[in-house]
Design a protein around this ligand. Sequence first.
Ligand code: TYD
Length: 224
Amino acid sequence: MRGKFITFEGGEGSGKSTHAEALAKRLTARGIRVVRTREPGGSPGAEIVRHILLSGMAKPLGAEAETILFAAARADHVHATIAPALAAGQWVICDRFIDSTRVYQGALGKVDIKLIRGLERVAVGDMMPDLTVLLDVPADIGMARAKLRRGVEAADRFEAEAFEFHEAVRKAFLILAEREPDRFVVVDGRPALDVVTERTVQAVERRLSTALLALGALTGGEDR
Ligand code: TYD
């Protein structure tokens, strides 16, 4: 049986990687084979493109060129990492995916949605996420967390944008979630870590119960 593909989305400092990791641990404890990955990157080819994008080197080329680079990285990531894992029955948990492009390059960068959808067809094909967890956090909280985590390091190309940008990112993600309620689940990212993890696990149990049952992995939470 093909594995399940779960993506985490949200703004800077929303806790995507922490909660993706926590979910991976919980599923692994139930005997599910999990592959953790992230974008941009997640395969050797895509990691090279990640460096070009996050260093800001591609910014002068314009938002469309950046979009094409994100898609090129994604195509390699899907081909080299995601598709083989799903085919082998592993579950893939990915930090950011197509919705980040729709939000950062589409809604914010004003890149034509037709170009974005066309690139999705090429890069992703039918490897669409089964479930997308949107961690929703107000921009001020997310930016403060991202700053704490970064310490003395410089902000990357996208972290360096202004407060209004991050608030617009948040709103754009919420609009996407509203448009595709079957794929998305919105989890409030403000409460304590354990609470958010618990709510995320419960959402996965609800949405992917058939697959979990088939694997004998629907435990009702005793694996804490
Ligand atoms: P990263 O260092 O992975 O940060 P985060 O912890 O916030 O995920 O940086 C990823 C950055 O790339 C983030 O600011 C959003 C941006 N991005 C896009 O603009 N488009 C995309 O398609 C993806 C995957 C990421």
